[in-house]
Design a protein around this ligand. Structure first.
Ligand code: TRP
Ligand code: SF4
Length: 398
């Protein structure tokens, strides 16, 4: 069985090259290696933009088209919409009962974002709780890996703590002791004795090999149901059952694409190139890019290290072209417009297949909706199954 991956993105409208090189390209690669669930985090968009109700719907489908254009294949991965699966909200509510407020206040993005987005009132309950909503998003799919950027690593860490606490609080059934007794009674007495000894060695002395031996034995007991084997495993480890899985962050390397002005590419800085940019607009944007400030006149020499265009050559140009840039820039042998041509061509050829892939979806938006609906159906079944276990662990299945 393939390992499960889950990730989400806020619907912020047309995605740019930073999203592509920083996240999406990685999502595309993972879809053939693992069982991937990718979702539109529309509720998350509301945690910071709760007053803009008109933008969200358009942004949702525009972003999904970008995903498909970038190469996500609905036959290989599951694409869905968060707000269509209310189970995320249910798990969020249940988790919120036992999550200390301090855990949320200490998430680094909480204070950071409040300071960065000064023009918005973010002293809301939803904004404080948003990393816990993210934890619910992840835990409800029992995902093993969560591809995220460095900025989101603390959210995955919080998710692990929340899962651990949940399993600790609710991983034991009401009749836990009786259940364990019953399971043990199906094993030969001398094996039970050895298991008890190993359990003690592990829990009191931290003897990992004792635990390993005992777990090996448990796994060989084919007469036990999966559930009973899990019970016994929890008993030996002292953890109770693993109802929610602690996920691991799959850190994506920070995107190496700077914005047109050399700062981080961001829509709000107005320095971005969309992943499906119009050809003429792309040409214009790149031609207007600032270059090494020392090159005022065509005859002034420059230094690529001081020029944002060079960062694009690093991403899009061949060795030969780069050598041509260094030589031409330092000797004033080439002009900046000339230097930018290969960058324009590089981006255009990267985007050509994306534009082609997007075309059928643009002309028939119904297909996009169908893809999202199908993915949502599939994701919902997984979410519902987890919620059954969660409800019963919390004593809510009456
Ligand atoms: N918080 C993420 C962001 O702002 C989006 C997100 C929501 C997410 N839920 C998630 C990412 C679960 C990974 C897993 O970019
Ligand atoms: Fe930048 Fe190229 Fe101009 Fe040099 S020649 S300053 S690298 S755009």
């Amino acid at each position: 069985m393939k390992e499960r991956v889950l990730s989400g993105m806020r619907p912020t409208g047309a995605l740019h090259l930073g999203h592509y090189h920083g996240a999406l390209k990685n999502w595309v690669r993972l879809q053939s290696e693992m069982e991937c669930y990718y979702f539109v985090a529309d509720w998350h968009a509301l945690t910071t933009h709760y007053e803009n109700r008109e933008v969200i719907e358009k942004n949702v489908y525009e972003m999904v088209i970008d995903w498909l254009a970038a190469g996500l294949d609905p036959n290989q991965c599951t694409i869905f919409l968060q707000s269509k699966i209310p189970e995320h909200a249910e798990l969020f509510t249940l988790l919120s009962m036992g999550t200390p407020i301090g855990w949320l206040e200490r998430v680094p993005t909480y204070k950071d974002q409040q300071e960065k987005l000064k023009d918005r009132d973010l002293s809301t309950y939803g904004f404080l709780g948003y990393p816990l909503l993210q934890a619910a998003d992840i835990l409800i799919y029992r995902a093993k890996y969560v591809p995220v950027g460095e900025d989101q690593a603390s959210h995955v860490e919080l998710t692990r703590e929340v899962a651990r606490r949940f399993n600790h609080l609710y991983g034991r059934e009401f009749d836990y002791e009786d259940q364990i007794k019953r399971v043990l009674s199906t094993l030969p007495a001398d094996s039970v004795k050895r298991l008890e000894k190993s359990r003690k060695k592990f829990q009191e002395l931290g003897d990992a090999s004792a635990l390993e031996g005992a777990l090996g034995f448990v796994n060989e007991q084919s007469h036990l149901s999966t559930h009973d084997r899990e019970r016994l495993t929890g008993y030996l480890k002292g953890t109770g059952q693993e109802i929610l899985l602690e996920p691991l962050a799959l850190l994506t390397e920070a995107s190496r694409v700077p914005g047109l002005d050399g700062a981080k590419m961001s829509k709000s800085y107005n320095n971005s190139i969309a992943i499906r940019e119009e050809k003429s607009s792309l040409e214009q944007k790149v031609r207007r890019m600032p270059t090494d400030p020392a090159r005022v006149k065509r005859t002034d020499v420059g230094d690529p290290e001081k020029c944002p265009v060079w960062q694009f050559h690093l991403l899009y140009s061949t060795e030969n072209t780069r050598a041509w840039v260094i030589e031409g820039c330092k000797s004033a042998g080439i002009g900046c417009l000339e230097c930018k041509e290969p960058v324009i061509n590089g981006i255009l050829s990267e985007q050509q297949p994306m534009l082609e892939r997007a075309e059928p979806y643009m002309s028939n938006p119904k297909i996009v909706r169908e893809i999202v609906e199908m993915g949502t159906e599939k994701a919902r079944r997984v979410a519902q199954a987890t919620m059954q276990d969660v409800r019963s662990a919390m004593g809510l299945n009456y």
